[in-house]
Design a protein around this ligand. Structure first.
Ligand SMILES: Nc1ncnc2c1ncn2[C@@H]1O[C@H](COP(=O)(O)OP(=O)(O)OP(=O)(O)O)[C@@H](O)[C@H]1O
Length: 233
């Protein structure tokens, strides 16, 4: 479904990702784990072509999107939820959702505002409030909901649990499990191993721009030295 092969990414002259490869199969929720600064966001931005990549390729549903502009990639059914929750503070929650609306897509769950309010009940209560009046956790939910309004087949979620209260993290985990049940594929970048374990089928670990591990959470459980080396703070 999503196949990243050997990408090298750069900010200016700084080489950040080294031959990063990973894949997400249809219906899978896959974690990209790693410490602060390991290269998780850069990997996700590289898939969306928001960062310069000099080699390798990205295929989405069999099509090479390595040279496509970001807006074209987003329109092809690949949703992106950035870490820095870019909601519109002067628009209501309802209006924020409308901004994300795209056509229905074959093979993708179809979202309405009503269905999204079932997924994130907090948003329903505050549908007419302005974006800027919401808490960090609610803004995170809104960013995900707005992306879902585009009816994507796969979503890239950049650190959804970062900086939000534990009770909201739990709601987020439940929501992602529902997305999986709806048939959506997800690549989620995370530092929170507990959260990732709750929602993901398997994981990649990235460290200093290199993929160092690929496997299931049971494998990871059985190898505390891997967790210690690449994930412990
Ligand atoms: N715009 C930028 N210009 C230059 N270097 C950057 C830029 N953004 C990130 N970096 C560097 O690239 C490396 C990878 O950063 P990245 O944001 O991908 O890490 P991350 O794993 O997502 O961590 P975080 O949890 O901090 O987001 C870091 O060394 C970071 O300092």
């Amino acid at each position: 479904m999503l196949e990243v092969r050997g990408i090298n990414a750069f900010y200016g002259r700084a080489h950040i990702l080294y031959d990063v490869s990973l894949n997400v199969r249809p219906g899978e929720v896959v974690a990209l784990l790693g410490r602060n600064g390991a290269g998780k966001s850069t990997t996700i931005k590289s898939i969306m072509r928001l960062v310069r990549c000099d080699s390798g390729s990205v295929h989405f549903e069999g099509r090479d999107i390595s040279r496509a502009p970001p807006h074209r990639i987003a329109r092809s059914g690949l949703g992106y939820v950035p870490e820095e929750r870019r909601i519109f503070g002067d628009l209501t929650i309802m209006e924020n959702l409308e901004v994300g609306r795209q056509r229905a897509r074959d093979g993708a769950p179809q979202w309405t505002t009503e269905k999204l309010f079932e997924l994130f009940p907090n948003l329903r209560e505050r549908a007419q409030n302005l974006g800027r009046q919401m808490s960090g956790g609610e803004q995170q939910m809104l960013t995900i909901a707005r992306t879902l309004m585009g009816n994507p087949r796969l979503v890239l979620l950049d650190e959804p649990s970062e900086g939000i209260a534990p009770v909201i993290v739990e709601q987020m985990a439940k929501a992602i499990t529902t997305l999986k049940r709806e048939g959506l594929s997800v690549l989620v970048s995370e530092q929170n191993l507990h959260f990732a374990k709750l929602v993901c089928d398997r994981a990649y670990i990235i460290e200093k721009g290199h993929v160092m591990y690929e496997g299931t959470f049971d494998d990871l459980e059985a190898h505390p030295e891997v967790r210690q080396k690449y994930l412990a703070l």
